[in-house]
Design a binder for this molecule. Structure first.
Ligand SMILES: [Zn+2]
Length: 384
């Protein structure tokens, strides 16, 4: 889940200023082999699409999307977003779009490919279709892009003018992705509840109440259906869980808007992206660990017993589906104290969403929480 930390699309909740929301894509086409049925909808967006994706997704596109584009006589070109959704990649892609005289963008791939394609379309003011190739994030839905360094360190997010014009959710394509991507998507989508209930749980505003309740429903669907879904890829329950991670997670971001923000789980993710050894792990895997760290902070600094119980419940769930419970599980068994401190300081920087917690957090406390995610309830209590 990604939500804006920039106030530019939000209104001041205390005044009656104008609220601008980007709730959903204009059209969602969903189904097995949905791409094959999507030609007409894509052709309405433009005649000269630029396909933006990673190497794997662009090669998948050759046998799935490209025949559909040819059938509709669309003059397309392809470009990779490599090395990352970074300023340098975007500059290259803007040149490519101009050179091709692109009149629409099609993003195909995982979260970073889609973030790049959406931001490119936003910068070039072109219509955009998104085609997720995994259930790892809700990036296909949202009006937000995360920008990283060429090395993959999170830098900032950009609120976009609108959600995509078209989202094509093709289950047969998603099924080709490694199972691990959907597991990560479950972790990212779970964070909606743990973060939205903290940032917006006390709101009296109708749409925020709705967003937080949807986040709770999303969590319950994931807790109930994920194990079965992962045992039967492509099955009915698996499709429901894909809908949860790709679509419902996006709905919550859309209804909640910029006020329904991320909190500590994503702040921890952002900090960890600056540790090179974490780059082999997925966004949702780092966020999943971030949820445990957030609960640990609530437990340690607030004496919050509900957070302690929630953490125990999640630890069991994580072990059932294979989400990381510790830094070691994220491949960070050799992280140095200096690196851990750097990640914690980045996560605690001024303006970080971690400060949306109802208590103050300093890097030393965050480090203590990051290394004690599996501690049994009632032990290692640290009072603020
Ligand atoms: Zn996320």
């Amino acid at each position: 889940m990604r939500q804006s930390s920039s106030p530019s699309t939000a209104c001041d909740t205390q005044t009656s200023s104008i609220l601008s929301l980007n709730i959903a894509p204009a059209q969602v086409l969903r189904g097995t082999h949905a791409i094959q049925q999507a030609g007409e909808a894509i052709a309405k967006l433009g005649k000269r699409p630029l396909l933006v994706g990673g190497d794997r997704s662009l090669s998948l596109a050759q046998t799935t999307l490209e025949p559909v584009l040819k059938q509709h006589h669309l003059e397309f070109a392809s470009a990779t977003y490599s090395p990352d959704c970074s300023e340098a990649s975007l500059a290259k892609l803007r040149e490519k779009a101009t050179h091709h005289q692109a009149d629409c963008i099609i993003g195909i791939g995982g979260g970073k490919a889609l973030d790049t394609a959406k931001l490119l379309a936003h910068q070039c003011q072109l219509p955009i279709a998104t085609i997720p190739t995994s259930g790892a994030t809700c990036a296909a839905w949202t009006a937000l892009s995360n920008v990283y360094s060429d090395e993959g360190a999170f830098l900032y997010d950009v609120p976009l003018a609108k959600c995509p014009d078209l989202l094509i959710l093709d289950y047969s394509l998603i099924q080709t992705a490694p199972q691990r991507t959907l597991v990560a998507g479950i972790g990212d989508a779970l964070a909606k509840w743990y973060e939205a209930s903290v940032s917006s749980g006390h709101s009296e505003q109708t749409l925020l109440i709705a967003a937080v309740q949807q986040a709770r429903v999303l969590r319950d669907i994931l807790l109930q259906k994920s194990v079965t879904a992962l045992q039967e890829p492509g099955g009915e329950t698996w499709r429901e869980v894909v809908d949860a991670t790709v679509l419902l997670a996006g709905v919550i971001g859309g209804i909640g808007g910029a006020q329904c923000r991320t909190v500590a789980a994503h702040a921890v993710h952002n900090g960890l992206t600056h540790v090179a050894a974490s780059h082999g792990t997925l966004h949702g895997e780092k966020v999943a660990l971030g949820i445990l760290v957030q609960l640990r902070l609530e437990e340690m600094l607030q004496g919050n017993q509900l957070a302690a119980a929630a953490r125990q419940q999640l630890l069991k769930f994580y072990s059932d589906i294979g989400l990381p419970q510790t830094l070691n599980h994220l491949g960070l068994e050799n992280i140095t104290l200096t690196e851990l401190k750097q990640a914690a300081e980045l996560a605690c920087h001024q303006g970080s969403d971690i400060h949306r917690l109802p208590f103050h957090v300093v890097p030393e406390q965050l480090m203590a929480a990051m290394v004690s995610t599996t501690v049994p309830i009632g032990e290692a209590k640290i009072k603020a």
